[in-house]
Design a protein around this ligand. Structure first.
Ligand code: ADP
Ligand code: MG
Length: 276
């Protein structure tokens, strides 16, 4: 099935980064989609992000790991504009976004999901999908607008993509937790993100559904051309999913590398064992 063709083009440049690395233009290969430089975030006396820098290349799946409390979610909040940073720079396609508000950042194509699932339990899957487009617009008026034929069709396609089509008229609250996570993922795709930030997508999901979800994440990347930046606690999942992994500890960037490098990095092993 082809999804990319029918999507409404919001405030986004033409999508050119859907090809493989080999087919991508050299300049595109060089400039990361997202560049985080020297980001600091303090909560009172606590330094949650301590001079954090990283790159998320276009078209790839990048991982972010680290023990609980190491500042991963705080960094996602900064990227998505949920809170201002104290120092540093966050660039998306070369443009500084660290002073922009959430809705503006969403319109540029950065969409995030949360550690805690945020679906409307009393609404059906389809209704949840239809109110998800406004994440990019975020006005009550747009939420009250009747869904367009295009958005209804798109919702159906994405529910099919995530394996929820058969449950589309079921209240989201009646789905299993794992299915709610899949729905949340489908809802995020409604905005046609260029960069999707996923905060522990597999947390709390049973192993059978985890494989299905991981498969969908891969396909969203390979088939829909969406760049993924994934915080993940499940080592098996992130080692299989990401081509490059960053590891944070105590608010700082501890290590980065290919999955094999990270898996065998003594600093990473120590951070995880020391945290227990
Ligand atoms: P992670 O996602 O890696 O588990 P977080 O980014 O959630 O870590 O948290 C990093 C640190 O910042 C923790 O010590 C947490 O308690 C603190 N923190 C996060 N958000 C806030 C906030 N809004 N106010 C105060 N402290 C916070
Ligand atoms: Mg977190």
């Amino acid at each position: 099935m082809e999804y990319t063709e029918q999507l409404p083009k919001a405030e986004q440049p033409p999508r050119t980064s859907t090809g493989s690395d080999a087919t991508r233009a050299p300049t595109e290969r060089q400039r990361p989609l997202l560049e985080v430089r020297g980001v600091w975030k303090r909560f009172g006396g606590l330094v949650a992000n301590h001079d954090v820098s990283l790159d998320v290349p276009a078209g790839r799946i990048t991982g972010l790991i680290g023990p609980n409390g190491s500042g991963k979610t705080t960094l996602f909040n900064a990227i998505a504009g949920h809170h201002p940073i104290d120092e540093g720079s966050i660039r998306f396609e070369g443009r500084e976004i660290s002073r922009l508000r959430t809705a503006r950042i969403a319109r540029l194509g950065i969409i995030r999901t949360f550690q805690q699932t945020r679906v409307y339990r009393g609404m059906t899957c389809v209704q949840n999908m239809q109110i998800s487009v406004p994440q990019a617009h975020e006005t009550l008026a747009s939420m009250l607008h009747r869904p367009t034929a295009a958005s209804t069709e798109r919702a159906d396609e994405l529910l099919e993509f995530t394996g929820l089509y058969g449950k589309r008229f079921m209240p989201a609250g009646e789905l299993s937790f794992g299915q709610q996570k899949l729905l949340e993922f489908a809802m995020a795709l409604m905005s046609e993100p260029r960069l999707l930030l996923l905060d522990e997508p597999t947390a709390g999901i049973n192993p059978v559904l985890i494989n299905g979800l991981v498969d969908r994440l891969r396909r969203a990347n390979a088939e829909l051309g969406i760049t993924l930046f994934v915080i993940e606690h499940n080592m098996r999942v992130i080692m299989n999913l990401a081509s490059h992994i960053y590891c944070m500890a105590h608010g700082e960037m501890l290590a980065e590398g290919a999955p094999e490098e990270i898996r065998n990095d003594p600093r990473v092993i120590e951070a995880y064992l020391g945290g227990r």
